[in-house]
Structure formats: structure tokens, C-alpha cells
Design a protein around this ligand. Sequence first.
Ligand code: HEM
Length: 527
Amino acid sequence: MTDVSSKGPEPGDDRAVLTTRQGHPVYDNQNQRTVGARGPATLENYQFLEKISHFDRERIPERVVHARGALSYGYFEAYGAWGEEPIATYTRAKLFSEKGKRTDVAVRFSSVIGGRDSAETARDPRGFAVKFYTEDGNWDLVGNNLAVFFIRDAIKFPDVIHSLKPDPVTFRQEPNRIFDFMSQTPETMHMLMNLFSPRGIPADYRHMQGFGVNTYRWVNAAGESVLVKYHWIPSQGVRSMTDEDAANIQAYELGHATKDLYEAIENGDYPEWELRVQMMADGEHPELDFDPLDDTKTWPENDFPAKPVGRMVLNRNVENQFAENEQIAFGTGVLVDGLEFSDDKMLVGRTFSYSDTQRYRVGPNYLQLPVNQPRTRVGTNQRDGQMEYSVDHVPGTNPHVNYEPSIHGGLREAEAPQTDDVGPEISGRLTRRRIPLTQDYKQAGQRYLLMEDWERDDLVANFVTLLGQCERDVQERMVWHFFLVEDELGERVGEGLGIKASDVTHLEPLQSQTLSEEDQQRLANLG
Ligand code: HEM
């Protein structure tokens, strides 16, 4: 019998030798140390304890949303101008300034609601998060594949997500909970038109659009600002799936979108997107029938054309899923000079939430990890904390000085940009009020009318199937909303559920909504 405990590498075996994390060679990785061949085991068994206790800690909390995703790398190449007009007229952000200028990117696509190993065929928005490693530090554009969102105020984010996540008792995604929440939150209608249409299940990650969704600002060298919305348009085209297509794939593959992206890049078939930007003068817009800071709205492209500013190519896969895909951290506050926030009420909430969760999920030093590090020199006086890996002490500065100001050779402040004052002056009373111009139904109705027949059929069938699993009061309220979106939608979904217009006329508008004149007219017609 071979004595495995003394088995070392065979002669000529030049593989690297297994060690513990302490650098001790491992002579036997098959048997823990025991008293005699049949035990008991002992606690001085360092090698075994190190191995098993590290394993016990292998998982970090998954992202509370967007847990399942795929990461790849590539570059962004700027166009520099629209015809004769330099993009620098509107933003001083360097990555856009020069034709052909390339910036490295990391892009993470994701689904939202399911856990880390969930099916990628789910009807769910898809995340489209891009980290630009610019010469001025990182810029994250954290978007989705659908142009609008469910809610317009960050305070409702935990509620909308709880309604979409599994039931805390049955652990099933319950339509009755989803539509209970949505039916009481009319601003969700536009998003629902998208999510329950075929767009709600993109065919894969390469064939989907991306949208910044929230409204941001661009600032030029003179400090003048414009409001902007970002769009990513895939050169591969846009493809979606019906429920039936999705079910067929899901029967044999949970990670089809990750696989598709990985294989395309491995095969040199690099996916590409064009970045386009819509612009609007910064300030009040009384002429519009929607609020440009409301992320449940799109900006009509006829009035606000989406102008191309560059293209992005993905040409490299990750080497390690955990180190890169799991630990990468995006946030809406990660902006570079020339790119700014707007007063969009979602943005400020998002901006707090991302770095807050990352300090918990990855750890307080998450920005020291290679995938999150900017490609510029970092010099902070932040010190210590769990998993501090390297003191970002800048060579040539005094290592004793980790504070500022100092006359003894510490870090000093950078020169401020020529102008730092952006946007209109704001004054107002502290209050808790919804925006005055909510217009919850109009764009939802336009979206419905713009669909092709088969898309409308699919939308109605999806609503009927899911609302068919809901209680009657939820069904009625949803049908009531659908009549306000577009009569035909109310009639068709109502018919599928056995609900007529006259069954919902007793419903009053919700306290949480303000009806426009057009909505009131539709309501009157219903009666
Ligand atoms: C991920 C919060 C709205 C796109 C996340 C995460 C949180 C979060 C906590 C997990 C981040 C992590 O663990 O690293 C919020 C809040 C929102 C909001 C509070 C509203 C107030 C949105 C909207 C979009 C969006 C409107 C689309 C424009 C994403 C994406 C990710 C993400 C793409 C995944 C990023 C990645 O791949 O790591 N969000 N979110 N979120 N969110 Fe949001």
C-alpha cells in the first residue's frame, strides 16, 4: 500500500508546490492530522483549519439587487464632434474631447431581482453599468436596458424592490404582491408597458440597449451646463424573447446571456455600442408636458435628438469571476470633471446607496481592489480599516503626514477647475411633496400605441396571465389604470380577466396621484 502522507511530486514534476497562506509547503492535502489513522483530530492542525475556515468565508453578501451579472472589458472611443461642432462646447470632460481618444472600460450587465445563480431568462430589467477608467479618475454610468424606471423618488426604492423580490413567507415571486404595489403607484405605468412587453426579456446582453435613465448634467469650460440623458445603441441590433422562448432556453440553461457574451468575446466577435446623448437647456421647462428630472419619462427624440458621442467595444473577458465581476463596484456619484448631477430625486438616493452597500458588501477598502482602482495616481489621507492593502502614500511626500493642511510635506489640494458653479440657483421650503407635473399615463399610452401588433398581443397576454393570479381588488385597480393609459389596453386586459369598464368606475383616483385634464377626461368617458 502507498503511504500517501509522504507522497511528494514525482521526479520531473515542475508544477508549483502547494503551500498554506503562511507559505508552509503542504505535504498531504488528502488527510487531516489525526491521532492514529482513525482519529480523533487535533486543533493544532493549522493547515486544515486555515483551509476550511477560509472556505467557510468564501462568499460575500451578494448584491441586494443585480446579483447575477457578467463583466467584460474593452474601450470607449470618442467622436470628438458632431459635424463642425466640438463636443467640448457642452462638456469639458476629457474623455469626449478628441476624435479617436480611447478610454478603458469595464462593463457589467446584470438582471435585477434574482439571486447570484438565478435564471438569466427572467422578465426583469437588465443592468448596463459602465466604468470608464479616465485620465481624471473613474466615471461610472450605471444604467439599465429600459429607458425609464418604476419610481421617481429614491425613498420608494426598497418598497418597489420588496414587491418584486420573493414573498417573505412563500419565497415565490408573487404577482399579487407585485401588482398590489404597482396598482397603488401609478408612476410605474410607463415602466410596466416596457417590462411586460417583449422588451422585458432581452435575448441576451449583446442585443440590448442601455440607458442612463436618470438625468445628468454636462458642464463646459465656461461653467455652463446642459441637462443630458445617455443612450447606448447596440451595433448588433436589439433582440428580445417571448415567455415561450425564455421557457425553452431556461429548461436547459440558466446562464445563457453570460455564456453568449463570453463566447462572442472569446471568438473575437466583439460586441459594440454607440453612446448617444440627448441634451436640454438646464433650468425650468414650462413648455414641456413632463418634468425632465422625472425618470419615469423619456425625452421625445424628435425634440431632443440623441447625438452620437462615441462607440464602445468589448474585447476582453474576466480572468476571475469573483475578483472582478463580484467585487466591482459602480456608483452614480462616481463622476469626472465636466459631468455632473442633476436634481433628479432618484439620483441623490442612488448615489448614497451604492457606496453604502459596497462598504458593507465588499468592505470599507473596496476602492483599493484592482478592478475598482482608478488608472490615475491616488493620494488620500484615508487610512486603515478592514483589509487595508496598501497605504496610498505618495512617494516623495512625508510619510508622517496623513492630514491636511501641513507645512511638512503632506498632500495638498488640487487646483480647482476655473469654475465650479453649475446649474440654476435653487431656493424653496423644506417639504415632502411629489413633483407638480406627474403625468403618469401619457407616455405609457404613447408607448402602447407605438408597439407593433404582436408586441401589444404579448403585453396583454402577459398582464392577463399574471393579473389572473391576483386578487380581484388588485385586478380592478390595474384595469382602471390601463383605461387611463389607453382605452384599448383597459378593454383587452379587462376582457381577459372578466372585468368591464363599468366594474371599475366606482374607483376614485388614488391619493398618491394628480390627474391631468386629459386623464380626467378619460375617466369621465369611462363612466
Ligand atoms: C445596483 C440601489 C435605481 C441600475 C444597485 C445596488 C444598489 C442599488 C444598492 C447594488 C450595488 C452593489 O452591491 O454594488 C439603487 C437605488 C435606486 C436604484 C437606491 C433608486 C433610488 C436604479 C436605476 C438604475 C439602476 C434607476 C438604472 C438606471 C443599477 C445597476 C446596478 C445597480 C446597473 C448593478 C451594478 C453592477 O453591475 O454592479 N442599485 N438603485 N439602479 N443598480 Fe441601482
